[in-house]
Design a protein around this ligand. Structure first.
Ligand SMILES: [Zn+2]
Length: 182
């Protein structure tokens, strides 16, 4: 499974990952109890690679286009999902971000043309779910001046957990250290 997430704006963030799907989510496997594809016992899935950066909007759209057309995946599967932050224009000069709208339109077009799944996610949901603490926990925290790289990573993480390629337990700090006598 490949997922790419975009935080659109006059500086856009982008983040992508490739993951091996867990049992029950992978069409090639037999489910939790009788999976022969993954060998003995249920397989929990694994993030195989990820990358994130920020750039001008048309550079990011170009990167998504290249990503969509790249056929080779580490797992040989070709399931792809493009996720983008939704943008609802509100009155007022400061909130008007045409670059965000242009980017959403361009990505929708690319996905329609290439028959790739496209989903919008609200900024509020991404920020609420994918906190800095969770990004740091999974090792996906990349500080940049305006935070667009991390915002793209927040959307990537939200989508990855929804799909099941990242387990929520991976994001929670243990309250009692391992080996503690408590
Ligand atoms: Zn399996």
């Amino acid at each position: 499974m490949k997922i790419i997430a975009v935080d659109p704006g006059n500086v856009s963030g982008v983040a992508y990952m490739e993951a091996d799907l867990p049992c029950g989510k992978d069409p090639r496997c037999g489910g939790d109890n009788e999976c022969l594809f993954h060998g003995d016992g249920p397989y929990a899935g694994k993030v195989l690679m990820w990358r994130a950066w920020e750039d001008r909007p048309f550079e990011i759209i170009g990167a998504v286009e290249t990503w969509i057309s790249s056929a080779d995946t580490l797992m040989g599967t070709d399931d792809k999902l493009v996720v983008c932050e939704s943008f609802i224009p509100r009155p007022g000069a400061h909130s008007w971000q045409p670059d965000a709208l242009y980017t959403i339109g361009a990505l929708k077009y690319l996905c329609e043309r290439e028959n790739v799944e496209f989903a919008l996610q609200s900024p509020a949901n991404a920020k609420k779910f994918s906190t800095d603490a969770k990004l740091k926990r999974i090792g996906w925290y990349i500080r940049t001046p305006d935070g667009h790289t991390n915002d793209a990573l927040r959307h990537l993480l939200l989508a990855a957990v929804k799909i099941g390629v990242v387990a929520p337990e991976q994001l929670i700090e243990r309250s009692v250290p391992e080996g503690s006598i408590l």
